[in-house]
Ligand binder design. Structure first.
Ligand code: LLP
Length: 427
């Protein structure tokens, strides 16, 4: 990615601006996002999938009004997962028709809001939800387009907590045992619902296309069964998100073009075998678009060498701005950002300021042995699932997101303040 480049002074730049200037202006920790990189990735996905497919950016990875505007301008659609994500999307001007509403336990209020707004699709996740969405559509006098999320039963090769297509988990309706087919029967009977397709999401941070291949095959065979049983061919399939990005040099992600090509080929082949007209394809990448576009800038507070073990480098954030290392054992890299150093590398662990030993940002890293308090560190690839999963543990205010475009930094999500937090405490 173009986000980590050094200037002649040896300092890292984002969009042409020195991190030392950004730290001085916006403080640390901060997420620094390269808007041009974000837009380029949107365009790459859009171009790769072409006019016969839709790219829904998964807002859970990171959502803000600015992000919604960029998506809108670049022609992407948006997948939201809660009433408030929907509110951000609508408020920033995303046309409702281009929004998909997800969630395994949407409240009645969320369903009502989505139907009233006229979202392009609601992805149904349970039998109860079929009834709830139908009732909301009736109340609003609408015929609501829906997809049914199915669990295809593949084991995606990723962390257990982010795999979603094996049978023993909370999402979707299982193909095996006929739950999905039963859901189709129930939806087709309801006048207020328009069944536009079948949805599958197999997990996240996946590199191997084999899981998508199995998923596509099973979704297409369900489409063929639906045609045989009901005499209707559903027009769309959605294969979800989950495409991996490079967190370390060992990760080797595919380009959107390769992904589109291989998904397209799989769907075409399976449809030919089942003698179905190829449905319109959609995908929901979150991480693959926003993940590489940002890094977190921290300031070093203390440096503690432990004889024979490693050096603990404490920064001014931690698990409150990046829970992924603690939660998924995720791997990150780190670089000294404010200067160049030729000092000997030392085995280091970058840790946060929170009250637990699991508060680790980067498990293993080599940092220069002259590292000192006040140095700035950059942890790349924190655009996805870091700000969006940030917490206020230890009453730490959440960091801002600063987007740089055309050599200009702009705060798109401001830093929380102590006042913000104290305002919530009304006891
Ligand atoms: N579509 C659906 C239905 C999803 O559940 C998700 C992610 C996506 C799309 C987007 O997946 P992506 O392309 O970003 O991998 N918090 C975890 C990841 C959990 C993702 C949950 N669903 C993490 O930090 O790795």
């Amino acid at each position: 990615s173009g986000t980590v480049a050094r200037n002649d002074d040896g300092a890292i730049e984002v969009g042409g601006i020195d991190v030392r200037d950004l730290a001085a202006e916006f403080g640390t920790p901060a997420y620094l996002l390269d808007e041009a990189d974000f837009r380029a990735r949107c365009r790459a996905w859009k171009a790769a999938f072409g006019p016969d497919a839709d790219v829904f950016y998964a807002g859970k990875a990171f959502l803000s009004r600015a992000v919604v505007r960029w998506l809108h301008e670049e022609g992407l659609n948006l997948d939201v997962c809660s009433g408030t994500e929907l509110a951000v999307a609508l408020d920033a001007g995303m046309p409702a028709a281009r929004i998909a509403m997800h969630g395994n336990n949407k409240s009645n209020a969320e369903i009502d809001r989505a139907v009233a707004a006229g979202v392009g699709r609601i992805v149904l996740d349970s039998f109860q939800e079929i009834v709830r969405v139908a009732a909301a559509a009736e109340r609003h006098g609408r015929r609501q387009p829906v997809q049914i999320r199915v669990t295809v039963g593949v084991e995606a090769h990723t962390h257990e907590f982010i795999a979603t297509a094996h049978e023993d988990q909370k999402f979707g309706l299982a193909l095996a045992g006929g739950q999905a087919a039963e859901a189709v029967r129930r939806v087709l009977k309801l006048e207020s619902l328009e069944l536009i397709g079948i949805h599958s999401h197999i997990g996240s941070q996946i590199f191997d296309m084999a899981g998508f291949e199995v998923a596509a095959r099973r979704v297409v065979s369900l489409l063929a069964e639906i045609r045989d049983e009901h005499g209707v061919q559903l027009p769309e399939i959605d294969l979800g998100g989950g495409l991996g990005i490079a967190y370390t040099a060992d990760d080797d992600p595919a380009e959107p073009y390769q992904i589109a090509k291989s998904l397209g080929e799989i769907v075409t082949r399976e449809c030919e075998a089942a003698r179905l007209d190829p449905p319109r394809l959609s995908v929901e990448p979150g991480r693959a678009i926003v993940g590489p576009t940002a890094f977190t800038l921290y300031e070093v507070g203390t440096v503690k060498p432990l004889e024979g073990l490693r050096t603990y480098v404490s920064v001014d954030g931690g698990m409150s701005d990046n829970i992924r290392t603690a939660l998924y054992d995720a791997e990150y890299t780190v670089a000294l950002a404010s200067r160049r150093s030729d000092a000997e590398p030392m085995l280091s662990r970058v840790v946060g300021k929170h009250c637990e030993s699991g508060d680790i940002v980067v498990k293993d890293a080599f940092l220069p042995s002259d590292l000192a308090p006040g140095d700035l560190l950059a942890v790349p690839a924190t655009g996805a699932y870091c700000r969006s999963m940030a917490s206020n543990y230890n009453h730490v205010p959440r960091p801002p997101v600063v987007a740089v475009a055309d050599g200009q930094p702009r705060v798109i999500v401001r830093r929380e303040t102590e006042e913000d937090l104290l305002r919530l405490d009304v006891g």
